[in-house]
Design a binder for this molecule. Structure first.
Ligand SMILES: [Zn+2]
Length: 528
């Protein structure tokens, strides 16, 4: 038999969680055509399904950087976008630029948003070309903005009806789920009932699910999971709990209380699982450390509040004490990742404490000044977790991997930023630090399952997530003895080691460690 590509004498870790085996894998016409099991001892290189990154925010970065280099080099072949309530569609009755104005600080891009629906956005991504696949979710903040419910109040009956119609349209066009960001404006203005009502509309569609960045308010480390369970139970919808972590030092080590909520829900028949990333720091918009009332409404309203001396003084006081009842931040632990203007470029890569010392101002004032001067386009890394919690959650069977990072190019528009290293290192870090190094948290088979077959199952992808004859040839070849991340908090724009080959639909995207520039990816649709 001849193939377009033959991966010779590999060790197949097939993504199901089952034991590895030695085999040749033949690829033709974009599909895995044949798997020839071998008697020989397993070879050094592992052949696995391409990683499916369950949690990304690459909705528009893939238009700026269609190569998706930071992810492709990790072996990621599908990015799941639209998380935390942020999606670049639908714009509904609002103009696309209104949606971009409100959400563009989080989904920063050179591209002008000129699409209105999921379909139009997908067509734009496909027409532009993209190296890896994209599985899109619908963000509930976008729905609120689309119907003009941008303020801190419940949605009206009419608005709710309009949001349900827009949600149904996006799901019919192939969005995989609806997502919330219940500490993020305007998503957080929805109470549980409002979320349930939207989810009921979505639950009618085969395979559609609910993904939530939960209401992680102080004291809510258990309650935030209970709310997600309640939504799943009442709406009859599967639940994906996003980026599970403990970010409040007062409850470090309390993971077992949280996992027991998952266990009880699952045994009561609620289909709830979670994703997480293997780092002890979060990546945030800097505005997440200031009080939520400062952020209400449109960007101009927020800027007007910051320009008013008495309002600013109150915001500064609350930020310093710990906004919305949170702990007072350790300002050495909050490091600026990116700004948009030249005048604050020197802050990038430095902690709020360092920047404030240099400027001779209080740290909370530095935070507000940066947000004000940058018109809210400031991101940061927040070192707010402990390694023991990360290891505990990684070991749980309900958890899969999602980087929460973007697909970017080190030479693209983010070249001057110092983003969270998860953009470049999540999967090699999992395979090196948590599988190979001792003590290991999980087996290689488990790590691959949490990165492929498990997310494919949640997404209902029938054609991906396994090394199996007939499936799409989205594959990664890596060396389990050397694979490791090299991206650091100081120098994140670094590709990992030990991942020489990545195929998307049979086409090489990474070959001998180099990105080929090929764009065989596309926007996937729910049900395929
Ligand atoms: Zn989130």
């Amino acid at each position: 038999m001849t193939f377009d590509t033959l991966i010779h004498s590999g060790t197949v870790v097939d993504g199901s969680g089952g034991a590895r085996y030695p085999a040749d894998v033949g690829v033709s016409d974009g599909r895995i055509e044949a798997i020839g099991k071998l008697d020989a001892a397993a070879a050094a290189s592992v052949v696995a399904p391409g990683f499916i990154d369950m949690h990304s925010h690459s909705d528009v970065t893939l238009l700026d950087d269609p190569g998706g280099e930071s992810k492709a080099h990790q072996g990621v072949t599908t990015e799941v976008t639209g998380n935390c309530s942020y999606s670049p569609f639908p714009s509904g009755a609002a103009a696309p630029r209104d949606l971009q104005r409100v959400m563009g600080s989080t989904m920063a891009s050179e591209v002008e948003w000129d699409w209105t629906t999921m379909d139009e956005w997908a067509n734009r991504v496909d027409a532009n070309g993209v190296s890896i696949n994209v599985a899109a979710q619908l963000g509930q903040s976008a729905l609120r903005i689309a119907v003009g419910a941008n303020e801190d109040r419940p949605a009206t009956r009419d608005e709710t009806r309009a949001m349900k119609r827009l949600a149904e349209e996006a799901i019919e066009q192939g969005a995989f789920s609806i997502t919330t960001g219940l500490t993020i404006t305007p998503s957080c203005y929805a109470d549980t009932d409002e979320v349930v009502e939207l989810c009921e509309a979505v639950a009618r569609y085969d395979g559609a699910f609910y993904a939530t960045h939960a209401r992680g308010n102080p004291g809510w480390h258990v309650k935030m999971i209970e709310e997600a369970v309640e939504v799943g139970r009442r709406a009859g919808i599967p639940v994906q709990f996003s980026h599970l972590a403990i970010t409040d030092s007062r409850v470090y080590g309390r993971g077992p209380e949280m996992i027991s909520v998952f266990e009880r829900a699952i045994s009561a028949g609620v289909d709830i699982v979670f994703d997480m990333y293997p780092y002890t720091a979060a990546g945030i918009d800097l505005h997440q450390v200031i009080p939520v009332w400062v952020r209400e409404g449109e960007n101009e309203e927020m800027m007007a509040r910051l320009a008013d001396p008495s309002i600013r003084a109150r915001a500064r006081r609350e930020t310093a004490e710990g906004a919305d009842g949170r702990e007072a931040p350790d300002w050495t632990a909050v490091v600026v990742s990116s700004v948009q203007s030249e005048r604050n470029a020197s802050a990038v890569g430095r902690s709020i404490r360092e920047v404030s010392d240099d400027a001779g101002e209080e740290p909370a004032e530095t935070v507000l000044r940066l947000i004000h001067e940058e018109r809210d386009v400031v991101s940061a890394v927040f070192h707010n977790r402990v390694e023991s919690d990360i290891r505990y959650f990684l070991a749980q069977p309900q958890g899969m991997i999602g980087s929460d990072g973007n697909a970017i190019s080190p030479r693209g528009r983010n070249a001057g930023a110092v983003p969270h290293p998860r953009f470049y290192g999540t999967y090699p870090r999992l395979l090196g630090r948590y599988v190979r190094e001792r003590p290991a948290v999980m087996t290689l088979e488990e790590a691959v399952y949490k990165s492929t077959g498990f997310p494919a199952r949640r997404l209902g992808l029938k054609d991906r997530g396994l090394v199996k004859e007939g499936l799409a040839a989205d594959l990664v070849v890596f060396d389990p003895a050397t694979v490791i991340d090299r991206a650091t908090f100081e120098e994140p724009h670094q590709y990992p080691l030990g991942i020489p080959y990545v195929l998307v639909a049979g086409a090489p995207v990474v070959w001998d460690g180099r990105h080929t520039g090929a764009r065989p990816g596309r926007v996937l649709r729910r049900g395929e």
